[in-house]
Design a protein around this ligand. Structure first.
Ligand code: GDP
Ligand code: ZN
Length: 296
């Protein structure tokens, strides 16, 4: 834990903490704000209270488990780092990330890295994809960690905020974090989530403090914060551009696939919704997750 002077204090937990509405495997998570009491003659604190979380992202402890694991809390924004160079991030990956962020009501941004590798053709593709996301309302940055292009814009974006970083392996997430740390003289050492040792070795998130007052929560990948207790009819609500047209659907449980009088399909045909996003929507709703749920 960090105290009011930004000193790192090791803390223990006293008693039981419950999270309203869900059963969790970890009482305390990365990003929690707590009240703790420093023990006399010891450099150890005892956590007495967890302040109400503004938001939190969770995953199920196991696929069919009723227990959830809180990955991080009190996030101001979520950023997915992607690249159209190598290894190329699919829009399917991006859309799953955005849907998850929407589900948690966390503002999302996209950072396109490795633009130093873009050739003319890739720039064309990039411009199309970027404007598609900007039109929906997601801010986009284009950067190169290698040539240090627009790193200052990333710094600006992170100042005073707690930001979740996601991205699949190889996009340059670590390189970016190292660049940010070196540039702004980040404090040495991480504030790591030591509770995740042992039973839950697959989940690992770390929090880094930035000297501009921001915090980065680094997660290993989108799979770690999957959708929980999501109904199939709710998925379209997580696509802001579909949400706009849903009220025009004839049926209020419309899945926007084959139903007559569907406002979303009408908007798709009119070019108001991009085919790429719609296809990724179809992909998400055909997930095993929903198919298994239907038979429960
Ligand atoms: P992570 O798995 O997302 O953490 O990716 P890394 O930070 O380990 O980077 C993966 C590879 O991409 C490394 O070889 C980096 O040197 C390289 N890389 C990262 N950023 C850039 C960039 O902006 N341009 C280029 N050309 N390579 C980059
Ligand atoms: Zn519909």
């Amino acid at each position: 834990m960090l105290d009011e002077n930004h000193q790192r204090i090791e803390c223990r937990i006293k008693g039981h903490f419950r999270t309203k509405g869900i059963k969790t495997t970890n009482p305390i998570a990365i990003g929690d704000h707590v009240r703790f009491q420093l023990q006399p003659n010891e450099n150890i604190g005892v956590i007495e209270h967890i302040y109400e979380r503004k938001n939190y992202i969770i995953r199920k402890a196991t696929k069919l488990s009723k227990l959830s694991h809180i990955i991080a809390s009190n996030l101001d924004q979520a950023i997915v780092i992607v690249t159209l160079a190598h290894p190329r991030t699919s829009t399917g990956f991006i859309d799953r990330f955005l849907v998850t962020a929407e589900a948690y009501h966390i503002p999302a941004c996209i950072i396109f890295n490795k633009i130093d590798l873009y050739q003319e053709k890739l720039w064309d593709l990039h411009r199309n994809i970027k404007s598609m996301y900007e039109d929906i309302g997601y801010p986009c940055l284009e950067i190169s960690v290698k040539t240090e292009t627009n790193i200052d814009q990333v710094e600006k974006l992170l100042g005073q905020k707690t930001t979740l970083f996601a991205g699949h392996s190889g996009v340059g997430k670590s390189a970016l974090i190292n660049k940010l740390e070196a540039d702004i003289n980040i404090k040495i050492g991480n504030i790591s989530d030591y509770h995740q040792k042992g039973k839950h070795t697959t989940t690992f998130a770390e929090m880094h403090e930035l000297s501009n007052g921001g915090f980065i929560v680094d997660t290993p990948g989108i799979k770690e914060f999957g959708l929980i207790d999501f109904k199939i009819e709710e998925v379209a609500e997580r696509f802001p551009e579909m949400r706009k047209y849903m009220h025009e659907c004839r049926f209020n449980n419309c899945t926007h696939v084959h139903e007559p009088g569907c406002g979303v399909i009408k908007a798709l045909q009119a070019g108001e919704i991009s085919l790429s996003r719609y296809e990724n929507y179809l992909n998400i709703i055909s997930d095993d997750y929903f198919n298994e749920k239907q038979y429960q």
